[in-house]
Write a protein that binds this ligand. Structure first.
Ligand code: 5GP
Ligand code: ZN
Length: 114
């Protein structure tokens, strides 16, 4: 995906602080953090929204969630608590159309989100 900002990060075309990487996923800090810890975990394959999942991505999605919990531990927020979430399409607050799992923590998070 030529113009996708997250695909550019995957191709290392933009300078990004990468926290974790394996063959399938990448994790880096959000450029506009909404909490003291705000990390994004993305698949290395371009999938636009959660609606585009086919059923072939179970392991990939599991990898994102498992590594979110590992990063929470690494960032020292595992015990106090944190939030993970995927936004889907406009009403869900999605602005970048390459699926990403948000990991937020380091402060008391309100519920429900605005
Ligand atoms: P969404 O609103 O789609 O769920 O989340 C997209 C997130 O990507 C936002 O929190 C936004 O701050 C972040 N973001 C957008 N562009 C960039 C970028 O170039 N680098 C990084 N690190 N984060 C970005
Ligand atoms: Zn992409």
């Amino acid at each position: 995906m030529e113009n996708c900002i997250f695909c550019k990060i995957i191709r290392k075309e933009t300078k990004t602080d990468i926290l974790y990487e394996n063959n399938n996923i990448l994790a880096f800090r959000d450029i506009n953090p909404q909490a003291p810890v705000h990390i994004l975990l993305i698949p290395k394959t371009h999938i636009s929204t959660l609606n585009d999942l086919t059923g072939e991505e179970r392991e990939l999605i599991g990898d994102l969630i498992l590594n979110a919990s590992r990063l929470a531990e690494q960032e020292g927020i595992a015990k106090e608590g944190y939030r993970t979430g995927f936004n889907c399409n406009e009403a869900g607050g999605q602005t970048v159309y390459h699926i990403h799992l948000h990991l937020l923590g380091g402060r008391k998070l309100g519920w429900p989100p605005g």
